[in-house]
Design a protein around this ligand. Sequence first.
Ligand SMILES: *Cc1c(COP(=O)(O)O)cnc(C)c1O
Length: 391
Amino acid sequence: MSIAPHSACAFSRCIRESKLVTRASPMTKPQPKPWIAQIHAYVPGKSKSASGQPLTKLSANENPLGSSPAALAALAGEHNPADYPDPDARALREKIAEVHGLDPDRIVCGTGSGELLHCAVQALAGPGDEVACSRYSFSLYPLLAHKVGATAVLAADADYAASVDNLLAAVTERTKVVLLDNPNNPVGTLLPPSEVARLHAGLPSDVLLVVDEAYGEYVDPALQQAAFALAAHHENVLVSRTFSKAYGLASERVGWVTGAPHLIDLVNRLRGAFNVSVSGQKAALAALSDQAFVAASRAHNAAERARFAAAIAALGNRGLSTSPSEANFLLVHFDGAVSAAQALEALSDAGYAVRHLPSQGLPNSLRITIGKSEDMARVIAALRTLCGEAA
Ligand SMILES: *Cc1c(COP(=O)(O)O)cnc(C)c1O
């Protein structure tokens, strides 16, 4: 909807003279909107055991290799904390554009990609509208819909992965946004470019498709450009990326989206004015120039993920299995005598926090981040012991 100039005026200002206002029903305290009253805060990954012992976190998909030395050097450099950051993150957008072959004017940076996903949903959906995503996808997605008063519609999965047919079948007259994390969290499955293109082709042109590539850098580089091309050529596609995962800068809170100019304009209107800190902009800029660190993170992840998957496969006779993952974690299923809850406890006793997601309908699974080699060896040993095998 475009706002006519005169109505824009009316809606932006209301000058009221002093007079007695009587209110219909006095409340004792400020009341939230009904849809806000129903939501709960985002639940992050744990880092402490039940007894309060600090645990090694394999619960939040952080980079076990830390951050690029170039980013650390940039963070150690001086800046004047009294100054606001560049509100448009121009240098950072230009570097992102250069690395990915994109147009810097079609990029917006945010306080993590989470801020930008929120802006996209907020711009397009409200009470009475629907936001669709796959049954097993980022736990933030339903929250984004609920925050704006929209309904989150979960499309049935296909063996835990997103199903294009089910997502398309979930679309109604009320659908405004489809959120697709690819690879997906908490499973790690990747829809190939042909399937993402089929999903896009099946959507009405006024439905926004957001392809959330938080784990994009872990994917085969040959497949990494496909969603960008979709966003470059269509009016209803946004692709998001983050510095929180493979770039190892989760604490700096930097993410970005790319898409058509009118979508970029909407996100720009809604994002925070100085939403990426000076240190975040500097660290992300430096991290982009160290692609060797990203490649090393991808290689470490691929090797350790394969080793972990093989170790779980070897416990197949005990009911353990994994879903295929292209991300920096594995979802391990426990369908035998050992339950996910028991494994959660055993891993906690061994010093590791992993993610149990019964609230997402996964009571028999644990999402385990691929950590350092020595930590993965200990996790494997703890699971083998729990299953009654020699560690
Ligand atoms: C981790 C993650 C993000 C990243 O969020 P930031 O706000 O950029 O830290 C986005 N989407 C998914 C699916 C994730 O798992």
